[in-house]
Design a binder for this molecule. Structure first.
Ligand code: G3H
Length: 531
């Protein structure tokens, strides 16, 4: 087992955070009960022994606090009569702007905690924070546009209609550990701005980085609009779902968690789902592909953040005529990556946040080798402190676990194909359908292939790796990969529903409508523009 240097530059050190507060109904409560320690998988020396670094602790909240949180959100929504769901758009935007300003003040600490808690490298941690701020600002702008476009009346078949998008109710928001700030806020922020109220529990890893924001949430939004809990997913989310008070389950994570939580809701048709789930995005490398480009994009696609991205390329199909060259170049490029601590210059690979992950990856490698695959790169499978060097496995066959499972970590299965129907058939059979990367040049081959692939997944990346961004583009998937669509604009739609006021076109009704508009007594019936 190789060791990492324990030299930690001063600017990247963090003091332990012993978090005791949680936010319910606008109040920060101080927890006196059981707590759970939070560790970084980055090891440091304590009394001459190298151990995972203790970063602090969080409350282990249970049923009582969870029920209080969902009640607070339910009360703040107040069956659609609450202050927040009926508030005018300008006032809701003001709250969001206040929040984003307060959030910006915490950038340095949150970026450091991203590195310690999930091992994300410094540039990517900074990007996660900045991208989230940008997402909030873009969401505000999009919401203004949506509001402007609704500030009018339609008249069809003798009926006037004033149509807007309205909130759905109480949202339970659960984010993933790989983007504990960005992906969680990409659910929470659009949900809130549309007038929903929320209960939010941070991910298992990447939890302390939410704690600097508790006061910002408390000070920016009316009581009960945002409620923040800490604890184990099962202990917190299970009682909340059982109440039937959740109208939207917003979750980025595994389909097994989403299925288990949905099943707990006593009135399942009342539950809207906004889910980002697993994927097994393939790269397909055609014989005429630019191989250097394919290699560099596959490196980014397979191994950015150690492959811990739902959009990561998780299986490579390379045409048999070019497999030897591609495999050699790709394996060399994997071994040329730099492994180190997140704050070191130029690191690509970093310790894995899940303590059990290296053993899981090792088991995938062992299974593949036992079934006939080889490790193509020299460093493949080398063990470090909570890290395992990405092994490029070839030739991979369908009976291997690394082919069947979403590895979500540093191991890369490579298969060859003779005919394009082979990867297409596999994709059609797969439980997943998020994205694909297609490498090639000849449009006669590409055109029919694109026309098929767009029906198997939701984004075909031509000569580039798969990714979610830019955040204005739709992010979704088929089958077990997603339910509903996220993007700056689509998320506002996902967390709302079209609702409208209709009235027959006659003098009696028209006078009432005119008075509603003139007196500005309704926040819904309004033709005011927000610039
Ligand atoms: O984990 C899944 C993320 O949505 C991936 O986002 O493609 O920007 O890394 P990304």
């Amino acid at each position: 087992m190789k060791q990492l240097t324990s030299e930690i530059p001063n600017e990247f050190r963090v003091e332990p955070i012993e978090q005791r507060n949680y936010l319910i109904n606008g109040k920060l409560f101080n927890w006196k009960g059981e707590t759970a320690d939070v560790f970084s998988s980055i090891q440091t020396e304590v009394n001459g022994e190298r151990k995972p670094t203790r970063l602090g602790s969080i409350p282990s909240l249970g049923e009582e606090e969870s029920l209080a949180a969902v009640d607070a959100a339910h009360q703040a929504y107040e069956r659609g009569q609450g202050l927040w769901p009926t508030m005018n758009v300008a006032a809701r935007i003001k709250c969001m702007e206040t929040f984003v300003e307060k959030m910006k003040e915490k950038r340095e600490l949150i970026v450091k905690l991203l590195m310690w808690e999930i091992g994300k490298n410094y540039p990517d941690s900074q990007k996660e924070f900045d991208r989230t701020v940008e997402y909030i600002i873009d969401t505000i702008e999009d919401y203004k546009t949506m509001d402007r476009e609704s500030a009018k009346f339609y008249k069809e078949g003798g009926i006037h209609a004033h149509i807007r998008r309205g909130p759905l109710g109480v949202v339970l928001c659960l984010g993933p550990y790989n983007y504990p700030l960005n992906e969680t806020f990409c659910l929470l922020i659009p949900a809130l701005i549309m007038g929903n109220t929320a209960v939010f529990k941070p991910a298992k890893h990447g939890v302390l980085l939410i704690t600097p924001l508790l006061e910002a949430f408390q000070e920016s939004f009316p009581a009960g609009v945002v409620n923040i809990l800490f604890g184990r997913g099962r202990a917190v989310a299970t009682p909340i779902m059982k109440t039937g008070k959740v109208d939207v389950l917003a979750l980025i994570g595994h389909s097994s968690s989403a299925n288990a939580l949905q099943a707990l809701h006593p009135k399942q048709n009342r539950l809207r789902l906004v889910l980002g789930l697993e994927a097994k995005n393939p790269a397909i490398i055609l014989p005429d592909a630019d191989l250097d480009l394919a290699v560099s994009e596959c490196i980014a696609g397979t191994l950015s953040f150690n492959g811990q991205r739902c959009t990561a390329l998780k299986v490579i199909y390379v045409h048999e005529n070019i497999a030897e060259t591609f495999n050699r170049k790709y394996a060399e490029a994997v071994d040329a990556l730099k492994f180190g601590l997140p704050w070191e210059d130029g690191v690509n690979l970093t310790p894995l946040p899940e303590p059990s992950k290296p053993d899981y990856i090792q088991a995938l490698i062992d299974d593949a080798q036992a079934k006939g695959a080889e490790i193509l790169n020299e460093k493949g499978g080398e063990r470090y402190e909570n890290f395992i060097w990405p092994a490029v496995l070839f030739p991979v066959t369908k009976d291997m676990n690394v082919y069947k499972e979403e590895q979500f970590g540093p191991v890369v299965p490579v298969l060859t194909f003779k005919h394009i129907d082979e990867p297409l058939d596999d994709m059609a059979e797969s439980n997943y359908g998020q994205q694909v990367s297609l490498f090639g040049k000849d449009v006669k081959t590409l055109a029919p292939l694109i026309d098929t692939l767009v029906n198997l997944v939701c984004r075909v990346n031509l000569n580039s790796s798969c990714q979610r961004g830019p955040d204005v583009y739709p992010f979704t998937g088929r089958k077990d990969s997603a339910v509903s669509t996220l993007s700056v604009h689509d998320a506002l739609r996902s967390f709302s529903i079209r609702t409208f006021v209709a009235s027959k076109d006659n003098a009696y009704n028209n006078a009432i409508l005119q008075e509603l508009l003139d007196t500005k007594k309704s926040n819904f019936v309004s033709t005011d523009y927000l610039l």
